[in-house]
Design a protein around this ligand. Structure first.
Ligand code: ADP
Length: 597
């Protein structure tokens, strides 16, 4: 499948053409139209060994996109199958790539107030591209989507209710980049992404840090807009919101003027006059005090976020550097990483200086014995967009059918050692009744959970025994126990809280306490018929009437012998007002993004 990818900004258009064969994505063409002004622009094209750069007559985004068919023909690139677009803001509803038809575009248009500086250019690119390639599917990939897993404590600003109701919340951006480099880092470390606590630091003209906990974005430094967080080329990053009132009273500035200043005249540019880190580093080296301060401040802000995210995740396995500055500035990486010995991170200065990123390399530059890896890798947002477009288009078109829903009460799965400690040596559980998932059963025996605030008795034990003890409770139970229990996929137990379990023969204190993330067990035949794939996250509409709910991010697990059903917990069932024998319906988001909220 050959995919043309556009990344449209207010003053530039970047594009790439990618061939997707199975899991491999190969870039066959790269281009950019930059600095639209004075009736022209600067164009750069590259394919294989051929490279060209020079002035071009295209005065704006629309003219540049309209010229792309001729450019591609000139470079011998034919046979496009789809067009992918980077869309900055997908709000809370676009959790995955979406086909850009009129209804979807109208929906994205409604999000423009959230991203007035970014979405209009993205949308213009889509509209022009739909005219230029009317027969090709056009798919949008959203910068915000990766961060929609952030929990409410991360996404909520502590502001009046009415402001929150008006949509003021944190989103986070650069999601495509953070997702790509996290996958790349996991490959480089040879470990599953789902086992890793990563901090991705994207330092380009825009800059953000992201905490990726066990494969999912937990927090990122950008907020409602891409202005919050790190110091950037022209953006301030974090400032006290009190600045608005102060600047208004002292300098008579309007809200628009302050916003403009924070977005376009701050950051490195505000501190030094140049938004370009290479200039700033050169000036600092020549003794310019303003440039030296800018570099210190820039690195310090990144360090603060790395420390904060290590604390938020309860540890970190790797820090990833990417973006023009993260990839190229060894001195900035060193400034950021120096002094992190206390948390087990030590850089190898020779490796740091020798970084070579050719062929999508992801070298590790930590010192021997450092507990935390440090990885440098090029970001490849367009390549990631191409991958996601291909996956979206390949997704089999299934026939919607009702999905049985099972409600899981609180229960435990025991390992052999826990069974022995709780019930005595050589004890075997008594099978009470089989469960619908083949091979699984409920035992007659019961245990008690004991937390700092309370006890819960008569907890069911589900067999067979597992490698690790896992305790599944609801959010409500977590309050009764007095323990902040994380939502986790089954088996993802690293760093989970400790709970006391009491049995007839003894008690144990064990980790493995989770609120189980909702999921769908499905066998391959049903998955094919319903157009679902293993690892996919879907939304499911459950319940009827006033309490009907659409549940987001429901993980699909295709297993050879699964009895097809969705598992939710008692809190979720109560929220949707449902009982036994209920059915759900997978919502086709790409066709109806409006339903996704
Ligand atoms: P964008 O976010 O627009 O994609 P990039 O990721 O290309 O931007 O990053 C641009 C930034 O990277 C600029 O500040 C530029 O100065 C910086 N940069 C590029 N190469 C180097 C280098 N060798 N040393 C320091 N900074 C660099």
């Amino acid at each position: 499948m050959r995919i043309l990818v556009f990344n449209a900004g207010s003053s530039s258009l970047k594009l790439g053409v990618f061939d997707q064969h199975g899991a491999d994505t190969v870039q066959v063409f790269k281009g950019a139209f930059e600095r639209f002004r004075d009736g022209g622009c600067l164009a750069r094209f590259e394919a294989g060994a051929r490279r060209e750069t020079g002035p071009a007559p295209h005065a704006d985004l629309a003219a540049a996109i309209a010229a792309v068919p001729d450019v591609l023909a000139d470079w011998g690139i034919a046979g496009l199958d789809a067009v992918g677009h980077r869309i900055a803001h997908g709000g809370a509803e676009f959790t995955q790539p979406a086909r850009l038809d009129e209804a979807t575009l109208a929906r994205i248009e409604l999000l423009t107030p959230l991203a007035p500086l970014h979405n209009p250019a993205n949308l213009e690119a889509v509209r022009v591209a739909r005219n230029v390639w009317p027969d090709l599917p056009q798919v949008g990939v959203f910068d915000t989507a990766f961060h929609l897993t952030n929990p409410p404590r991360v996404t909520t600003y502590a502001v009046p209710e009415a402001w929150r109701a008006a949509g003021l919340r944190r989103y986070g951006f650069h999601g495509t980049s953070h997702k790509y480099v996290a996958q790349r880092a996991a490959e480089a470390l040879g470990r599953p992404l789902g086992d890793l606590r990563l901090i991705s630091v994207h330092l380009g003209n825009g800059a953000s840090a992201c905490a990726i906990n066990l494969g999912r974005s937990l927090d990122s430094s950008m907020g409602l807009t891409p202005l919050e967080g790190l110091v950037m080329g022209t953006r301030s990053g974090d400032v006290d919101p009190g600045a608005f009132g102060y600047l208004h009273r002292q300098l008579g500035l309007t809200i628009e003027a302050i916003e403009d200043g924070l977005n376009h005249d701050s950051g490195l540019k505000g501190l030094t006059g140049s938004a370009d880190m290479r200039d700033v580093e050169d000036r600092a080296a020549a003794g310019d005090a303003a440039a030296q301060l800018a570099i210190n401040l820039y690195a310090y802000r990144v360090r603060k976020y790395i420390g904060a995210y290590a604390a938020a995740m309860g540890g970190v396995d790797a820090v990833i550097f990417t973006g023009g500055i993260g990839e190229n500035s060894a001195s900035m990486r060193r400034r950021i990483c120096d002094g992190f010995d206390f948390m087990g991170l030590r850089l190898d200065h020779d490796r740091n200086m020798a970084v070579d990123l050719a062929d999508h390399a992801a070298p590790q530059i930590q010192a021997y014995g450092s507990r935390v890896a440090v990885i440098v890798t090029e970001t490849a947002e367009q390549l990631q967009i191409a991958r996601e477009v291909a996956a979206q288009l390949r997704r089999p078109v299934g026939v919607p059918r009702p999905l049985p829903v099972a409600v899981s009460g609180r229960h435990v799965h025991l390992c052999a050692a826990s069974l022995k400690a709780l019930f005595g040596d050589g004890y075997e559980l008594t099978v009470d009744k089989p469960l619908r998932q083949p091979g699984n059963w409920a035992a007659k025996e019961r245990v008690t959970l004991v937390g700092p605030k309370g006890r819960i008795e008569h907890i069911a034990i589900l067999g067979p025994l597992r490698k690790a003890t896992q305790i599944e409770v609801s959010r409500t139970d977590s309050f009764a126990l007095g323990i902040d229990v994380p939502v986790r996929d089954s088996g993802q137990l690293e760093g989970t809280p400790v709970i006391r379990i009491e049995g007839p023969a003894g008690q144990i204190d064990t980790d493995g306490l989770i609120v189980a993330a909702r999921h769908i067990h499905i066998n391959p035949t049903d998955a094919l018929a319903m157009g679902l794939e293993d690892g996919q996250e879907v939304q499911v509409r459950i319940g009827e009437g006033d309490r009907a709910l659409t549940f987001g991010r429901t993980l699909v697990r295709v297993q050879p012998t699964a009895f097809t059903e969705m598992h939710i917990d008692t809190d979720e069932a109560n929220a949707a007002g449902i009982g036994p024998g209920c059915e759900g319906q997978v919502v086709d988001l790409s066709a109806h993004p409006v339903l996704a909220g």
